[in-house]
Design a protein around this ligand. Structure first.
Ligand code: PMP
Length: 424
């Protein structure tokens, strides 16, 4: 049996009081807290190894490169990707947003004919379609909306059901012979709903479209095998999976990465550069990693991935399912409406809600006064809020360190909100 109480103790930040109450952190969908081993990994790297990677003949540079590549391999193992030399499928980015923009820019470059014949599969032209969903974080919606605007393609989207689930059973109608790209979230950052991506992937591949998965909210909570999911690309951030900020990962099937033209240009990504000839780019992943990399943070993210694998993603999933069940009890409180799946099926412990008659910011402050951290606002996902007929919401989101007591503390506090604000 995994001792989750002991795991919680690995997070030094949680051992403090906020406004005179023990901290209850229920904002992991925004960013997760870091275990001591991740904090140590970053500072150990700076104390003992720090050097640039992939260049320099000195010993520290060699050790740094080895640590960087080992971290890439650990992250690859967490999501079922390849990492053997020459077959790497994980690209280091500065976060999910950067990874998704990298893809949209690279597809745009392919649309201009860059990358030659191999990149034609990514090219988008007027009349083509790019498909997203109404549940997308703006980090998916905006880069692909911009790509559509730049190429003259049409942006289309999957609608949602009344609980905010993406209607993936409409894949055969939404994805057509004109669809070139399908970019969808694996788990909604507002609804917590797990997308049934299989019908989308099947249909997309039937029509020759490329599938991009936003895995930000799935990698930290679910056991994932990207090969089994058969998506072509996936992006996520390290800071939501108990790793540092400033780092993310972009997965691409090896043949996709090999065909994809670069999006960012600079040092450490070319074999040859000339004044009067086009540069010869390196093979992936280096082709997509221009510039000095955040090596310490990548190494620490690798430690986070290993730490998660040692705990076991199945164990984490089962633990958070219990927390989600407790959080969902808020739906029984008078005036509380959950914006997402009401039952504990095909969802994670991210629960957005509104309280009739009380503004989310007032709810957030009232809850914070009791030491409980939740998020309020539109969570960078305005269309899904519009779908529910609200501008903003409150969101409680679980992490590995949360206990049943944490969820109960929130539910008890929520019972007091409407009486406190005098709402009948
Ligand atoms: N997609 C989803 C589903 C997210 O939850 C987030 C983070 N809120 C992002 C994308 C963007 O991640 P980042 O801000 O770390 O780049």
């Amino acid at each position: 049996m995994t001792d989750f109480a002991a795991i919680r103790k690995e997070f030094p930040i949680l051992d403090q009081e906020i406004h005179g109450h023990p901290l209850v952190y229920l904002d992991s969908a925004a960013t997760s807290q870091k275990p001591q081993c991740v904090i140590d990994a970053e500072s150990d790297f700076f104390r003992t190894i720090n050097a640039g990677v992939h260049r320099g003949a000195h010993e520290l540079a060699a050790r740094s490169t080895m640590a960087f590549e080992e971290a890439r391999a650990k992250v690859a193992r967490l999501v079922g990707a390849n990492s053997a030399e020459g077959e790497e499928e994980i690209v280091v980015t500065s976060g999910a947003t950067a990874g998704l923009n990298l893809l949209a820019t690279a597809f745009g470059n392919a649309s201009l004919g860059r990358g030659g014949e191999a990149a034609r599969r990514f090219a988008v032209k007027p009349g083509d379609e790019i498909v997203v969903s109404k549940a997308e974080h703006h980090s998916v919606l905006l880069p692909f909306q911009e790509l559509a605007a730049r190429t003259g393609a049409t942006l289309k989207w999957f609608d949602l059901d009344s609980e905010g689930r993406i209607l993936s059973n409409t894949a055969d109608e939404v994805i057509t012979e004109r669809t070139k790209i399908v970019a969808v979230t694996h788990v909604g950052n507002t609804t917590g709903a797990i997308t049934d991506i299989a019908p989308m992937v099947k249909r997309a591949h039937e029509v020759g479209a490329v599938v991009v998965l936003d895995a930000c909210q799935s990698v930290p909570h679910l056991k994932i095998d990207l090969h089994a999911l058969d998506v072509d690309f996936a992006a996520w951030s390290a800071h939501k999976m108990y790793g540092p900020t400033g780092v993310g990962f972009l997965y691409g099937k090896r043949d996709m990465l090999e065909a994809l033209p670069p999006a960012n240009f600079g040092g450490s990504m070319v074999e040859l550069a000339w004044m009067d000839q086009e540069a010869q780019y390196m093979a992936p992943p280096a082709r997509f990693e221009a510039g000095t990399q955040p090596v310490a943070q990548v190494v620490a993210a690798g430690v986070a991935a290993e730490w998660l694998m040692n705990i076991g993603m199945e164990n984490l999933e089962a633990h958070e399912r219990v927390i989600a069940g407790e959080l969902l009890k808020m739906g029984q409180i008078d005036g509380v409406r959950i914006l997402g799946p009401q039952t504990n099926e095909q969802r994670i412990g991210t629960v957005a809600f509104e309280i009739d008659g009380v503004h989310p910011h007032d709810v957030g402050q009232f809850i914070d006064a009791q030491g409980i951290a939740i998020r309020v606002g539109h969570h960078c996902a305005q269309p899904v809020h519009r779908h529910f007929g609200v501008y903003a919401s409150n969101r409680a989101s679980s992490g590995i360190y949360n206990s049943v007591e944490d969820a109960q503390a929130l539910v008890e506090a929520l019972k007091k909100v409407r009486p406190f604000f005098g709402v009948e």
